[in-house]
Write a protein that binds this ligand. Sequence first.
Ligand code: HEC
Length: 110
Amino acid sequence: MRELPGPTAPPRPKSPAEARGEALFQSGEVGCARCHGGPERTDKQAHDLQSGGTFDTPSLRFVGGTAPYFHDGRYPTLAALLADTDGRMGHAGQLEAAQLGDLQAYLRSL
Ligand code: HEC
């Protein structure tokens, strides 16, 4: 069965927090867009993040509503995922609490 296209989100301007989060997501220092680039936020490549094997980069569309996260659902929230994956999946560990909030606001907007 082919993947069904997701519903189109009604266009709305980004909130300031979402815009700050997007800048972090796209930045080389945090490095999310390296794998989660393009409109679907995936490079469609497989990576070994030491999460128990090699997995395709998932699309991040609607990710705010698709918890739990990772192939085995090990992370109940985006906050838990970001707190545990620094160095293996981008570099969110260097971010301050407010920046982590911005990054999550952006992820929930996708
Ligand atoms: C080296 C490539 C790579 C980078 C860089 C990367 N990711 Fe990922 N991401 C993946 C892969 C592969 C998975 C799936 C891992 C699994 O299921 O075990 C994933 C999973 C996720 C998930 C869970 C999606 C789901 O539905 O389960 C989120 C959220 C996510 N990444 C966000 C981020 C954020 C935010 C950053 C930057 C801090 C980032 N990723 C950087 C490759 C990457």
